[in-house]
Design a protein around this ligand. Sequence first.
Ligand SMILES: Nc1ncnc2c1ncn2[C@@H]1O[C@H](COP(=O)(O)OP(=O)(O)OP(=O)(O)O)[C@@H](O)[C@H]1O
Length: 688
Amino acid sequence: MLDEELQELKTNGNVKTKTSTKIKKSMRKSKRISVDPTGFHVSEVDHHSKEDDDPEEVNHRIDAAWMAPRDHSVFEFRDISYIVGKRKKQKQILTNVSGRVSDGSTVAILGPSGAGKTSLLKALSLGITSGEVMGSIELNGKKLTSQGFKDHCFLVEQSDHHWSFLSCQETLMYAASLLLGPGNHSAVVENVIDKMGLQSCKDTKVGNDFVQGLSGGQKRRLSIAIALLKKPAVIMLDEPTSGLDSAASVAIVSELRKLAKSENLIVIMTIHQPSTKVYNDFDQVMLMSKGRQAYMGKAASAHEYFETIGYPMMQMTNPADFLVDLVNADFTSEDSVIAILDEWKRHLAYKTKRCKGRKVEVDSNDDFHQLMRRKKSFLHQLSTVFRRHGLLVARDPILYVGRIVVLLISNTVFSLAYWSSRDKVQEQSINFYYANAWPISLGSMFAVVAVFVLNSEFKSIMREVRNGMINPVTYIMAKTILVLPVMLLFGAAALSTGVYAILGLKANYGVYMVMYAISVFVFECIAEVLSVAFINPLMGMLCFLSIWFTSFLFGGTFLPPDDLSVVIRWLYHAMPLSYTFNAISYHVFAGEEWPSCIPDANAGAVCVDFNEFPREEPITLILESLSKIVPNVSGDDNRMDAMAIILGMALGYKFLYVAIFLFRTSQSTKLRGVCEDTFINRDDVQST
Ligand SMILES: Nc1ncnc2c1ncn2[C@@H]1O[C@H](COP(=O)(O)OP(=O)(O)OP(=O)(O)O)[C@@H](O)[C@H]1O
């Protein structure tokens, strides 16, 4: 309803309901703002009026500002060059690529495979973090910085990293909450659902490779819908039609064109080889080959330009095929491609020497962004991310729920395997020890799954951070708070049925749960580090398994630390499981009635001579006797110390995780400004 009112208001502005009156008032307020034509500068904003303090009023102003068309903008990049490698192995990926796009335009970057399309888009979205990038990128005449990109631009990547277990509508509601601040944004969300044709699948889960969900085209539409929620000046899309059939490709590109016109957007996309229908929807095209430009200008005039330089297009030809084939060295001679690239350089107008890299950031003082900045607080973001990931923790079976179920089943089976240790006799003490060591070993090893899942989550978070949706700290905090009780649930699943119900353990349940949770938590923290340290999750998983097995082997269950070579003896002290096994073995034998060992009456090596261990306490005795077989067991109560050391290790790993996480999410392209002669498009010279 509100949506319809807003639409009507936007077109004729005479809806007479209470809600629309508020929005109207808000829009009038928005109009009080005068916009500097060179940027998004606001000259007159009443920052502290009484109405601004009313959350409902601010909410309506945001909705109204969101509905209003965006300010005019110009995106310009000059002499973008990109070099990778060092010295003799240097490779020039991009060479002096320039362009200028105004709002309302859709630009397609075309070219054969390896032409440099993706590299250019990455450079324009400040996403290149290695090698050297030169040139200048400006939005409304001001240098585009990472913050400027977060405020005014949005990159839709080729692979859609969404939250698989959220529905389309839930995804958009959380995105709206993150982008627009607190309040009910269902009207705005409905608006983008309608615009992107997602009405029929709004309750469908996004899905992934393992869970059926949205189709490829719907996922792409969802990515664009999220971008629209932000109301950016520029949307960049990497291959938005890849993997889609021709009808879906036409629909997406024509929708983007309409959006560019209606929302004053600049749309820049890379595209491989579009059909004629898709090509006709582009306002401008940039043709690339060998990292250089062969053409940049009106899509409809491209064939005229090539005709003037001696390459007429045959009738009934797909213009995109014609252009791409012209500069594809696989179909044309290398010399001919170079001649076309050189010809374009000659065609460009010469502009005087100019130093780029001015340190002026894009303003984000337009009304919409002013309001949003005031509304979006760290706490609000934290609570949104907390609610979203709480839902995902409950729904995603791979991350935690699956582990809880497997721990429950496997440890029930283990306890049945050690059924005889219920007798609590000396010769069963070793079995009872193992019955308690396996649940913790298994629980800590299962954290390998977290490496895989968190690696994939990190990609989604990276997308959100780069597009200015969230502060990475909110994700880290929310996840840490959510994971702590889950560790206790792991303990409950691993121990309740197995060692407590089946084997009749009497040791304090609460203390055991906490010890279990801490011991598994440290491995969860190791998994977090490895999930962000490697781009490929399989590398992280391999590393995790190596660390876990080292911890298991050098945990003192099998090898006495004193027998180890001095070169690797430190591993016994550096790995968490040695502390865990020591503390847990004391805990499970403490408080139990273990009959004293009678010398000579027992077969096997378990029984000890009283004279060797003159102490009276039965717990100490059983532990001392057990230590003959399990080197790490001792009669001393080290539980507090052990847990403190493990928590310290967990904290260390957490620190490392946060450092890598923040480092990777903060990386962006460092553009090195150049002071060289600049060549720009003749058309642009005329239009400026
Ligand atoms: N970091 C890098 N190190 C070495 N070579 C690179 C690097 N990045 C890109 N390249 C090379 O630069 C060229 C352009 O790559 P890019 O992915 O930009 O091309 P593209 O036009 O998007 O190709 P496609 O359409 O096949 O995706 C390719 O030859 C690629 O191998």
